[in-house]
Design a protein around this ligand. Structure first.
Ligand SMILES: [Fe+2]
Ligand SMILES: [Fe+2]
Length: 335
């Protein structure tokens, strides 16, 4: 069977897993109420008579394989009271999120030492469980950049002052997170339960982050920095699970066309494994950007990610990941 949508896919979409996982029962599908046939028509690209293509307004920087392989898990130690508040909030959210997505890595590891078979049966992360987690994570991750950018935009209008370049980076981050979400949505369509969860979480998180950003942007950027540390951990585990042969459906799966185009994925490097390397590198970049912004004076300092430096030969913050600093750039080194 051929259709315009299937023709646009890097590989027939019928081979993508469908979210059928249910945390409570195998007979009901609360996360997906859609049949495999219908998923093929999930948000097809709009076709018009006159427009050939609508490329992204923010083209993605090119990452090399070697740069992406260098990305790893990291943690910025708390130094201030605000840092501790941000980290405590993330730990709280993480526990709730783990419960929802059935992701209990620490429990799984400790049970594995005593009873590997039981641990495998109870805690094994499947492709479907990871997709639920990724879709939920990305739907939340796209909120802070938009809220921060919007509030800085309004502040600039209201106070009739320059923003010093922060707005673009924040909006670009939320755009990038939405591209992660759209990519995962090409692999599985969420059912009613997940949609409801995303709706509820967005309602609560958007408002909470909005108020928090009005009160203290510094803590909010640190909070996002810690959130991104968690995102890097999640994607690192997914990559490791593919490499260990624990996710057979993803082993030979190709990235959807939306991803191939957005990340400019070179031929021969368009597998699910490659895709996760790109996404993890993006999260590592957000981790760096937000820890850096959390180190700055948000009222006065220029955005180091869009600035031109006097000593151009030295490494500086930029859009790529060639000089990635997992715990962020310190203020004295950039402004
Ligand atoms: Fe993301
Ligand atoms: Fe992110």
């Amino acid at each position: 069977m051929s259709s315009p949508l299937m023709a646009r896919c890097a590989r027939p979409i019928t081979s993508y897993p469908v979210i059928t996982t249910n945390l409570w029962s195998h007979s009901i599908r609360p996360f997906s109420t859609t049949s495999t046939q219908q998923i093929r028509l999930f948000f097809p690209e709009t076709q018009t008579k006159k427009i050939r293509v609508t490329p992204p307004a923010w083209p993605h920087p090119i990452y090399t394989e070697e740069q992406m392989q260098r990305v790893g898990i990291s943690h910025r130690e708390t130094r201030t009271f605000g840092d501790r508040v941000a980290l405590a909030m993330i730990r709280l959210l993480r526990s709730g999120f783990d419960l929802v997505s059935g992701y209990r890595h620490e429990h799984a590891v400790s049970m594995h030492e005593k009873d590997p078979a039981k641990a495998e049966q109870k805690y094994r992360m499947t492709e479907e469980k990871y997709l639920i987690r990724n879709i939920f994570l990305e739907s939340i991750a796209g909120v802070p950049g938009m809220v921060g950018g919007m509030l800085r935009h309004l502040r600039s209008l209201r106070r009739m002052k320059r923003d010093n370049g922060w707005i673009e980076t924040l909006l670009e981050e939320s755009f990038n997170e939405r591209m992660h979400l759209l990519t995962f949505l090409q692999m599985a369509e969420p059912g009613f339960f997940l949609r409801l969860l995303v709706l509820g979480a967005q309602g609560v998180f958007f408002n909470a982050f909005f108020i928090a950003y009005l009160v203290n942007p510094h803590i909010c950027h640190r909070f996002v920095g810690y959130l991104e540390e968690e995102a890097v951990i999640t994607y690192t585990r997914e990559i490791a699970d593919i490499e260990a042969g624990k996710l057979p459906k993803w082993e030979h799966m190709q990235a959807p066309e939306i991803a191939v185009k957005y990340w400019n994925m070179p031929e021969g490097h368009r597998s699910m494994h490659d895709l996760l390397l790109y996404i993890r590198a993006d999260e590592a970049k957000h981790r760096e950007v937000n820890h850096t912004l959390g180190n700055l004076d948000w009222k006065e300092d220029p955005n180091p990610y869009v600035s031109v430096y006097r000593d151009a030969e030295k490494p500086h913050p930029g859009k790529g990941i060639e000089h990635l600093k997992p715990t962020g750039w310190e203020r004295k080194d950039v402004v």
